[in-house]
Design a protein around this ligand. Structure first.
Ligand code: NAD
Ligand code: UGA
Length: 477
């Protein structure tokens, strides 16, 4: 492939990383571009097997995804562990690997761990035998493209060229397919020179097949990388803002839903992301804000860093506050009490539980002696146990104690079994099916008094109280 030629043909692309981003984004590209052969590769063999397996057991649950996979898999979408082969064959390579918060070394607890990105860049450099356009799809610290380019140049085995462009992903889990079909914007950042612009245009040509051109924004690489972090930080900021006010509502008699409605009706403010909750979860908001905080401090901007870090502190406070309300309810003695957690996913319509508030709430309740029953329609049992095991590592307790605590969790396939004989139901995820539950029946099978703590303001408070429940709702007195 020669990037200098006016009309370069892109008919083979690959994506490194078959996760929540790589799987759905490539499925949509394959669907919209039947003439492009798309290969999604991953080092995780089990994940690739699952992508190639039964449609109801794909590694990622997203409404509409299985139907697309059914249409394009083995037609022009392929899932494989043969990473070098896919790199060699492709003209364009997306990097959609994970970028978690660093657990050790410089920037520990704040900076993004770029090991997976760097390893992928090395592998591309070593396997590539022709020019490649490398696309940052993962969320990355501003100026990562510089590092990626450096790794590619230092490790390449042939006299070839690489263009690195930034194309961050803005999909939200649970609505990924719709977000990909009708993106608010597609951001493509490239180097501000002729070569960079050509690389950008090759990617734009792909998106143009279904995204209106006025929604495709071309910027420089650094603006693109930074815009992604800032978008997530500003979305999370709105949630923390409304959550902070929910605490004030509980003290004053104001109602958070009424306040959010009134505030959001101002067209300058807008109504989205003003739903008060038990605290935001998900793999990205926290890590991206920590990353933004780290970068700000790196440039000596401590006030900026402190400002953004507060969003996480308020989020932790919100989950902690919810747990404390439950403890208060039992006069700080929940030894042996049964608490049923409805919802483990960090939001509805996903099987993802990364950083879900349910995990931190359950840890606190378990450490205080409660028994926990869990029901979630999508999150796998083993995932739930792993989640608790992982957060117990942050607490200074021995293995026997961990086992003892884990023995107090029971996971159910049925919500009625999960709430049977429990003292309190905590609604943690806003799954639609929880609204439809037979709450009269739930009242009959729970211990008395029967408490519902609604961490999502999902169910009608008056309906529950009429049935005899005692209730706590976020931001309501
Ligand atoms: P994920 O953990 O679901 O998937 C990442 C995949 O990359 C894993 O399957 C892992 O095995 C694979 N991987 C890691 N190193 C590899 C290597 N060297 N070679 C091949 N495969 C490798 O992560 P995700 O949720 O898809 O997120 C990926 C990136 O996209 C992150 O930077 C994230 O911040 C960003 N992002 C995520 C979302 C989301 O909704 N999850 C949305 C927008 C952006
Ligand atoms: C978020 C962003 O919305 C995406 O644009 C971005 O691409 C993605 O992060 C990412 O970079 O990973 P996601 O985390 O999948 O998407 O889901 P959101 O809908 O943003 O919800 C995040 C959390 O905030 C969930 O726990 C949700 O329940 C909570 N939330 C959301 C609230 O508590 N209140 C709200 O009003 C909205």
């Amino acid at each position: 492939m020669d990037i200098k030629k006016e009309k370069m043909k892109i008919d083979r692309i690959c994506c490194i990383g078959a996760g929540f981003v790589g799987g759905p984004t490539m499925a949509v590209i394959a669907l919209k571009c039947p003439n492009i052969r798309v290969t999604v590769v991953d080092i995780n063999e089990k994940k690739i097997q699952a992508w190639n397996g039964q449609l109801n057991k794909l590694p990622v649950y997203e409404p509409g995804l299985a139907d697309i996979i059914d249409k394009v898999r083995d037609v022009n979408l392929f899932f494989s562990t043969e990473i070098n082969k896919a790199i060699e064959e492709s003209q364009m390579i997306f990097l959609a690997v994970n970028t978690p918060t660093k657990k050790s070394g410089e920037g520990k607890g704040y900076a993004a761990d770029l090991t997976y990105i760097e390893n992928s860049a090395k592998q591309i450099a070593k396997a590539a035998k022709s020019d490649k356009i490398v696309i940052e799809k993962s969320t990355l610290p501003v100026r990562t493209a510089e590092r990626v380019k450096e790794i590619l140049e230092l490790n390449k085995k042939h006299n070839i060229s690489f263009d690195v462009i930034s194309n961050p992903e803005f999909l939200a889990e649970g609505t990924a397919i719709n977000d990909l079909f009708k993106s608010d914007r597609v951001l493509v950042g490239g180097e501000p020179n002729e070569r960079g612009l050509k690389a950008v245009n090759h990617l734009v040509d792909i998106y143009k097949r279904w995204i209106p051109e006025d929604k495709i924004l071309k910027t420089n690489v650094w603006s693109s990388e930074l815009s992604k972090l800032v978008s997530n930080a500003m979305l999370a900021q709105r949630i923390s803002s409304i959550n902070s006010i929910s605490a004030l509502c509980e003290k004053t008699g104001a109602d958070i839903q009424e306040v959010a409605l009134a505030v959001g009706m101002d067209s300058r403010i807008g109504s989205s992301f003003l739903k008060s909750s038990i605290g935001f979860g998900g793999s990205c908001f926290k890590k991206d804000i920590l990353n933004l905080t780290y970068i700000s401090r790196l440039y000596g901007l401590n006030e900026v860093a402190d400002y953004w870090e507060k969003i996480i502190l308020i989020n932790d406070y919100q989950t902690e506050r919810f747990a404390d309300k439950i403890l208060d309810n039992f006069n700080n003695n929940i030894e042996g009490k049964i608490i049923s957690i409805l919802g483990w996913a960090f939001k509805k319509n996903t099987n993802d539980s990364r950083e879900s508030a349910s995990i931190y709430l359950s840890r606190k309740l378990l450490l205080n002696g409660a028994k926990i029953n869990v029901y979630d329609p999508m999150v796998h049992k083993s995932r739930i146990i792993d989640d608790i095991n992982n957060v117990l590592k942050d607490v200074n307790i021995c293995d026997d104690e961990v086992n003892e605590i884990i023995s107090k969790i029971t996971i159910y396939d049925n919500p009625y079994e999960a709430v049977n004989k429990s003292n309190l139901v905590a609604i943690c995820t806003e799954w639609d099916e929880f609204i439809e539950l037979d709450w009269g029946e739930i009242f009959n099978i729970m211990k008395k008094p029967s408490w519902v703590f609604d961490g999502r303001n999902l169910i009608e408070k008056s309906k529950l109280e009429k049935l005899g429940f005692k209730t706590f709702f976020i931001g309501k007195s």
